[in-house]
Design a protein around this ligand. Structure first.
Ligand code: SF4
Ligand code: SF4
Length: 359
């Protein structure tokens, strides 16, 4: 079957399933930022049946990193002798007073890297620098961070640390679904995260909340089939986790990656932008790995800061406000001059709407 025929078939299946809902309006959430971007780029929303609405969720690790953590990272960039290594999306996220990009313009040594291993290699090649890797990400990034720290320990690289600020997705979904402001009829679960954690972990969502889930890939047909599955489950009066991404996602996930994470990191309560503190939803270094904790080594305390004025990123991340409902969308807040992180990150809902919103 050609790709176009695959999309047509998937779309027909979604339309048939939506028609079986007898006019009931349903609201689904795509949890993952790459789904958000794919849906916007492919203009898929224009194809949806009128009774199917899709809202974006807290699926971009950059967007959910709270302002206080950005401020801590800015503080790390100001440590004398430090070289901060970060994924590119973090550079322009505004903190309270500054951003990593502004620190770089003021002379801080900030390097964009594509992996934590690249940061470790830089540390080995530059023993005179204190190299700090900013560990922002979900379960997808955690194995690479943990593996890099194992290597740093084995090689005794003394000038390498990590600012671990990673997040764990399932507790955030639990918090979202427990929130009275949030009313969702189904979840399109993340693809890459599920490769690591598996599909089974979402079982609590149908069991506790009666909300169906579909794990789906990122192609148009895969996304449409995921939504069709959600409609079909509702029409049949059932709620399960349907794994439509079987070539990559196993029920139990990637056990080896989970073991590496588990050796180095533990889960702790963590603050999510707009959602607040969620129990056991963030990564932290295990006590045996604290020597590699950048915040501890350089004495950077916990910081908490309010959202920028006028910014509704928190509500956007919960799916209760759409990007265009933010009063400063496209005026004060644009990709060139972002006020909130959802406009910065390549996976952010506001950036997706700004770039592809006309489709
Ligand atoms: S890392 Fe993968 S699963 Fe996580 S938000 Fe990005 S695309 Fe989605
Ligand atoms: S438009 Fe800007 S300020 Fe408003 S929610 Fe989006 S990113 Fe936040």
């Amino acid at each position: 079957m050609t790709a176009a025929a695959g999309v047509d078939t998937a779309l027909q299946r979604l339309r048939d399933a939506a028609a079986r809902l007898s006019g009931r309006q349903v609201t689904f959430m795509e949890v993952c930022g790459t789904h958000t971007m794919s849906i916007a780029r492919l203009g898929l929303k224009a194809l949806f049946p009128p009774n199917v609405q899709l809202v974006s969720g807290p699926g971009c690790p950059v967007c959910v990193t709270p302002q206080g953590v950005i401020d801590r990272m800015v503080a790390l960039a100001r440590v004398p002798g430090a070289t901060v290594c970060t994924f590119g999306d973090m550079l322009r996220v505004p903190g309270t007073e500054s951003s990593l990009e502004r620190e770089r313009a003021s002379g801080a040594r900030i390097r964009v890297v594509y992996s934590p291993l690249e940061a470790l290699a830089h540390a080995e090649a530059h023993p005179g620098e204190q190299v700090i890797f900013l560990g922002v990400g979900f379960e997808t990034t955690a194995p690479a961070i943990a593996q890099t720290l194992r290597q740093a320990k084995a090689k005794r690289v003394a000038n390498f640390t990590a600012a671990v600020a990673g997040k764990v997705v399932p507790p955030a979904l639990h918090a979202l679904l427990s929130d009275d402001d949030v009313a969702l009829d189904g979840l399109l679960c993340p693809g890459h995260v599920s490769v690591i954690i598996g599909a089974k972990v979402y079982g609590f969502i149908p069991a506790e909340f009666g909300v169906p889930c579909a794990v789906a890939g990122f192609e148009a047909a895969e996304i449409l089939l995921g939504l069709a599955s959600l409609c079909e489950q509702i029409a049949a009066g059932r709620a399960t986790v349907e794994n439509l991404y079987r070539e990559w996602v196993r029920p139990e996930g990637n056990r080896r990656a989970q073991a590496v994470i588990d050796e180095v990191l533990l889960t702790a309560d963590a603050e999510w932008r707009g959602i607040g503190v969620i129990p056991l939803s963030g990564y932290s270094l295990r006590p045996a790995w604290r020597d590699f904790d950048a915040f501890e080594r350089f004495g950077i305390p916990e910081m908490h800061a309010p959202e920028p004025r006028g910014c509704r990123c928190g509500e956007v991340l919960k799916g209760v406000t759409q990007p265009r409902d933010c009063g400063i969308f496209g005026t004060h807040c644009t990709p060139q001059h972002p006020v909130g992180p959802c406009m910065v990150s390549s996976e952010g809902s506001c950036a997706a709407e700004f770039k592809y919103g006309g489709r």
